[in-house]
Design a protein around this ligand. Structure first.
Ligand code: PMP
Length: 427
């Protein structure tokens, strides 16, 4: 595979941008390769600066659920652009996207747009603290909620990939109010809540964990969180930045039938442009400025191009059978991968929830971060490199999920499975 131009670009970018990238996992360090610089995308494919083509399973880390350059999305962005790119004053598009999101997500009565998932979770936690008058929060090991100071404790995603224990630059005092517990461990949650539930402002959880690889919630786990928070007066925050509009149109909360107090969104609701959102019941959201005293703001929040892309994307997701089709394709892919691994006697644990998938190079089951860390990372790295050489673009980390889009057709899945057959054969 030709890489001359990507190699030259990476050399240049390292002089100007820390690590040569604007988000750490993209640097591909943990798999021992260098990033490919992308020139364009179309449907389920990416094309790099050297002219190589790949079938894309990163999907910009989740947002591209209808594929790259979907004509309805690009047309909506162009139409918005014709009118101006940012006004710093409200537009009707903001109401339209808010309406789509509130209509789609049962637990939402009001929603505030921000610019990233990080801003959404950070703001939701500030709101939970302001609303309850309590400081301590509970999160789970291996869950990633963005890079706000209070949340960089036992975090997943790039923090797990680079094996960073916490982060320099985060004062001890900032994380002293964060408790991180094992995912899927109901007993520990109940024990901690029994001891100090009246000090807990909120429990924040990825309802399907996607940042330590893909780890589904065990039966009863989300219900237990709902029960424990309701009993103690803490808020339950579902971080649906990854799962929202991905595992079902109504998010993981619809799929599992749980009603959180607050929810966070990102990725898909921006249709590939920078958007995040948080929302919930009116009596809680009324605490946000200017209606209430909890401050949160953004110069570009509700940006018209981003709103237009989000509205167009959410419209496409409402086509009859959209999620059934997506899920059927994801099932064919994950079953295919599992069968191929078996053929070559390679221990793997394959997980799937809707169109979110994960494959750990370990026997499994994988129920939490400690289980995920038993994966054979060397083998993952060989698999990653082999798949890339065969034209398959996967997330360069064992501790990330992979995604399918509506643009992945049967031929793309067949090619992916043929590539896996060759690569597993060489592992
Ligand atoms: N929460 C979850 C569950 C995420 O997966 C991510 C990003 N992968 C974030 C929050 C942070 O979002 P962003 O990168 O847009 O800040």
């Amino acid at each position: 595979m030709k890489r001359d131009r990507s190699t030259a670009l990476f050399k240049r970018s390292q002089e100007l941008i820390p690590g040569g990238v604007n988000s750490p996992v993209r640097a591909c360090r943990s798999v021992g390769t260098q990033p490919l610089f992308i020139e364009s995308g179309e449907g389920c494919r990416l094309f790099d600066a050297d002219g190589n083509a790949f079938i894309d399973y990163i999907g910009s880390w989740g947002p591209m659920i209808v594929g790259h350059r979907h004509p309805s999305v690009t047309a909506a962005i162009s139409a918005a652009m014709e009118k101006g790119t940012s006004f710093g004053a409200p537009t009707e598009l903001e109401i339209e996207l808010a309406q789509c999101v509130v209509d789609a997500i049962d637990s939402l009565e009001m929603v505030r747009m921000v610019n990233s998932g990080t801003e959404a979770t950070m703001s939701a936690i500030r709101l939970a603290r302001g609303f309850t008058g309590r400081d301590t929060i509970i999160k789970f090991d291996g869950c990633y909620h963005g890079h706000a100071d209070t949340l960089l404790v036992e975090a997943g995603s790039g923090v797990a990939t680079l094996n960073i224990p916490g982060s320099p630059g985060v004062p001890e005092a900032f994380v002293s109010h964060t408790l991180s517990l094992p995912y899927n461990d109901i007993d520990t949650v109940n024990k901690v809540m029994a001891q100090q539930g009246d000090r807990i402002a909120c429990i924040i959880v990825e309802p399907v964990a996607g940042n330590m690889g893909l780890v589904p919630p065990r039966d009863g786990f989300l219900e237990a969180l709902r029960e424990a928070t309701a009993k103690s007066g803490a808020l339950l925050i579902f971080d649906e930045v990854m799962t929202g509009f991905r595992v079902a149109f109504g998010g993981a909360q619809q799929r599992y039938g749980i009603t959180p107090d607050l929810s966070c969104f990102g990725k898909i609701i921006g249709g590939g442009l920078p958007v995040g959102a948080y929302g919930g019941r009116k009596d809680i959201m009324a605490h946000i400025a200017p209606q209430g005293p909890v401050y949160q703001a953004g110069t570009l929040s509700g940006n018209p191009l981003a709103m237009a892309a989000g509205i167009a994307t959410l419209k496409l997701l409402q086509a009859p059978g959209f999620y059934e089709n997506l899920e059927a394709k994801a099932e064919r892919l994950i079953v295919g991968l599992r069968d191929l691994a078996k053929k070559y006697d390679i221990p793997v644990c394959c997980n799937r929830v809707g169109a979110m998938m994960g494959m750990f190079f370990t026997d499994g089951p994988v129920n939490n971060f400690a289980d995920a860390k038993t994966s054979n990372l060397e083998r993952f790295s060989l698999y990653y490199k082999g798949m890339l050489e065969n034209g398959i673009f996967l997330a360069p980390s064992q501790f990330e999920a992979f995604f399918i889009s509506a643009a992945h057709d049967d031929a793309a899945i067949d090619s992916t499975l043929s590539a896996a057959d060759r690569v597993f054969g060489q592992l």
